[in-house]
Write a protein that binds this ligand. Structure first.
Ligand code: NAD
Length: 382
């Protein structure tokens, strides 16, 4: 069996879907790795490092893909809408493609890959169950983004994060508010605490209060009945307009008292909840910083512009949509471990086997035999 690793074509993308260290474990299961030249360069993994671990280097994308049974990429079509289209003619019917492809946001792209008769595994669809944790790319990338968001804020903030008692006086610690305490939010709390900030955090799912407190942050209690805010997959459900309005009103005072807001609140496949209004931003002290990790789906802050830096009343609002790519070495290492674990699940005795009895395989399979597989995606396309 042959697996091809492709060079990413999304503008600015620095990650790569496989790192050299994992090639021997793939080989043990019967996989021969073909690497498109330059695939890992921007993440710090030159061709020579792959070759040293036994991979073959292909001098063109076509050469890498043509004989492959499986293709690995960070961003497949839905997550790379323009350049990703060039791959459609490259993929062969029946070829397994594994990557992120924003199935809930871009179901049409899944359909295009299905029409190409590709067997597509959408990494966003990995179920949030214990057994699938080692394949959970969203969690890995959210971990990296949560960490980097704090550094971005700390770098911009005209204040120090830690409390310092010096001969030149006492420096008070920065006050950080984290909105949404999922994977990225919890990492943002931990990273802010490591830098010495005083941290508060809010999430609509009551279950996370304990997790927030265990990281040394204070849970922000709002007067809001959100007892049924969690779905059976562990994700938040969308609130009513009235509930979100009440959230915004109550959060405004908390936001005003903070130096940094790291916003991560998201609902899968939906617009991110608007939690911080322009008015709330204007109540913050000049020099304050908002890093809005929800920017890709509209943002948690009314003033956020995706991939732009907005300054309003002296408050800087960052809306990065691909922050994990700014830490490409470790983001790729984590991504690769997740993807290799999934590929190993698809391998039985040296053969590629798509066993639909396996929940992880079934849930992650987005397209096969010319059909979009998940019923909810088919409904979205009707
Ligand atoms: P996410 O990126 O979808 O959302 C981020 C956070 O925003 C969530 O915690 C959500 O509750 C919160 N949020 C949504 N709407 C909000 C609102 N109006 N106000 C405030 N907060 C709001 O979530 P995620 O980080 O991908 O994780 C979702 C859940 O899945 C978490 O419970 C996480 O622990 C769980 N999880 C489980 C596994 C596993 O068991 N394998 C793996 C990863 C995550």
């Amino acid at each position: 069996m042959k697996v091809a690793l492709l060079r990413e074509t999304y503008p600015g993308e620095r990650r790569v879907a496989l790192v050299p260290a994992l090639i021997p474990s793939l080989a043990k299961q019967g996989w021969h790795t073909i690497v498109e030249t330059g695939a890992g360069e921007r993440a710090g993994f030159p061709d020579a490092a792959y070759a040293e671990k036994g991979a073959e280097i292909a001098l063109s994308r076509t050469a890498a893909v043509q004989d492959a049974d499986a293709v690995l990429q960070v961003r497949s079509l839905g997550a790379n809408l323009e350049a990703g289209r060039d791959d459609l003619n490259l993929f062969r019917p029946g070829q397994v493609v594994i990557g992120l492809c924003d199935p809930l946001g871009q179901p049409q792209a899944v359909k295009e890959l299905a029409e190409r008769r590709v067997t597509l595994f959408a990494l966003e669809l990995i179920p949030r169950i214990t057994r699938a944790q080692s394949m959970d790319v969203l969690s890995s990338m959210a971990t990296v983004a949560g960490y980097k968001a704090v550094l971005l804020a700390a770098n911009q903030l005209p204040r120090l994060f830690p409390m310092l008692m010096t001969a030149a006086g006492t420096i008070t610690p920065a006050k950080v508010l984290v909105l949404g305490a999922g994977v990225a939010g919890l990492q943002a709390i931990a990273s802010s605490r490591r830098l010495g900030a005083v941290v508060q955090a809010y999430d609509v799912r009551a279950a996370v209060k304990e997790q927030i407190e265990s990281l040394g942050a204070k849970f922000v209690e709002l007067k809001l009945d959100t007892a049924d805010a969690e779905d059976k997959g562990g994700y938040a459900k969308a609130l009513t307009d009235e509930q979100v309005q009440r959230q915004r009103e109550q959060l405004a005072a908390v936001v005003a008292g903070c130096d940094v807001v790291i916003a991560t609140a998201a609902i899968p496949g939906k617009r991110s909840p608007l939690l911080v209004t322009a008015d709330a931003v204007r109540r913050m002290a000049p020099g304050s910083v908002i890093v809005d990790l929800a920017a890709e789906r509209g943002g948690n802050c009314e003033l956020t512009r995706a991939d732009e830096t907005v300054v309003e009343n002296g408050v800087t609002i960052f809306g990065p949509t691909n922050l994990a790519s700014d830490v490409p070495y470790h983001a790729s290492q984590m991504f690769a471990k997740n993807v290799v674990t999934l590929l190993q699940l698809l391998t039985q005795k040296g053969e590629l086997v798509i066993d639909l009895k396996d929940e992880v395989i079934r849930e992650t399979l987005a397209a096969k035999d010319g059909q979009v597989q998940p019923p909810r995606l088919r409904e979205m396309l009707n």
